[in-house]
Design a protein. Sequence first.
Length: 542
Amino acid sequence: MNTMKELVNETFKDKEPWKIVTITTGSVLSAVWLWNFFYQDESLIERGRRQIFKLVRCIPSVRQKIEKELSALNCTFERESLDRVKNIEFVTKLPFNGLTHEQVIGAVKKYIQLGEFDWQNGKVSGAVYRHDKALIKLMSDVYGIASYTNPLHPDIFPGVCKMEAEIVRISCKLFHGDEAACGTMTTGGTESILLACKAFRDYAKHIKGIKKPEMVVPSTAHSAFDKAAQYLNIKVRSVSINPNSCTVKISDMERAINKNTIMLVGSTPNFPYGTFDHIEAISELGMKYNIPVHVDACLGGFLLCFMPDAGFNVPTFDFKLPGVTSISADTHKYGYAPKGSSVILYREKKYRHYQFTITTDWPGGIYGSPTVNGSRAGGIIAACWASFMHFGYSGYLESTKKIIETARYIETGLRKMNGIFIFGSPTTSVIALGSNQFHIYRLSEALAARGWNLNVLQFPSAIHICITHVHTEFGVADEFLNDVRNILIEIQKHPGEPVEGMFAMYGMSQTIADRSVVGDLTRSFLDSMYFTPKEEIEQEIN
């Protein structure tokens, strides 16, 4: 210290006071600037790339070309949006006189029947997890009875609150939670994930003093974690996967942990490949570093609960593991409840408390909200409760057995076919396909021409099918396998042919280094979902 002091005194001994102040101030400000420059949410490389692409887009010829292409794509999206609704005229003005019951029902039926894919008979991957008339009738009747209820008012609708509490308790037991386990219902997997992130962010802030929260997630984790990060200002540390198993690399996950880590994430299974992260190892990391572990079981949770009793081996993934602190699972998937329902579960209340939003000084009164929404649809809660009661344990067990057997049957059939391969070892209901001989999107394109709608993946290019109860109906699995087999025979006659149409566009988007252009393209696609013709058609439904 004395040496440092002597060095400073020697350096500034002949300097005037104003120079000393200027140098000191400039040094401090420069140090602060350098610190902020190097320590930001994005790495220096990422910011450099983004700045280069931003400058390139300022070049007039480049900017004009990009704008021209995006404008053309926007027109394509709008045209396809109109084609999907078969150019039926849009109603853009309220009818002067209200429509009759029959007119409204007729219009709704016509709208629901739009679309080219036969989702009722198993031609779609995921999306619709069960379709039978008795269940639809039950859900419609129950929702009709409870459609105007709202658990925001527990004094007015205590029965709805009771049903939600029962759904949560049943779910906790299915995932081997003890009496301390708790949770809430949400509107879907995205909200469940967002609330878990919110809970652990606030928990880390108040208990550990973490002000710059980060979460460590597999690269295959659902994009809802990115959405939560954007909403909640959490930095995402993405961890790569093992190329053979398509599961997160545990060693890389441990290296990504630091003093700002608020949560670790694992998927059971992940959406792209249907593979199962090593939750037991992630749980051990959570225990070792005292970090909460969230298990995303949104997709397969309500299969995994019943698979052991249905005769299938499942790695331990739930509250049996001491490091697992929260689980998200969608009741509107394999719980067969109507869309808009999920559960977020915690090991104990201290975590759920940080999920809640509390306002104590509002003139409107003390306000407490358990989830993102204030008012919530009591009808969805009642319908979810009804689905639990309708199927019971044995009903879910039977459905799970059929679905997993069908998924394994399809996987076995696909593995025997030349020209394609399966990513990793699917655990539940998702089977992802790739090819080293031709562009896999050609298979998706040809299947679409035969009425099949599969999910398209990227980095690398792949497709997957998510097996639901609809696919267990007689002949559906064999029809799918036969179509794939016959298409592969045709593709292998000319394996080098390029992809066409929308699949070509999707493939091309992976080659665009400037991902902001892909972002603009995606915004155009989302805009097209709300597109109405430019000339307002003040049409009344007759």
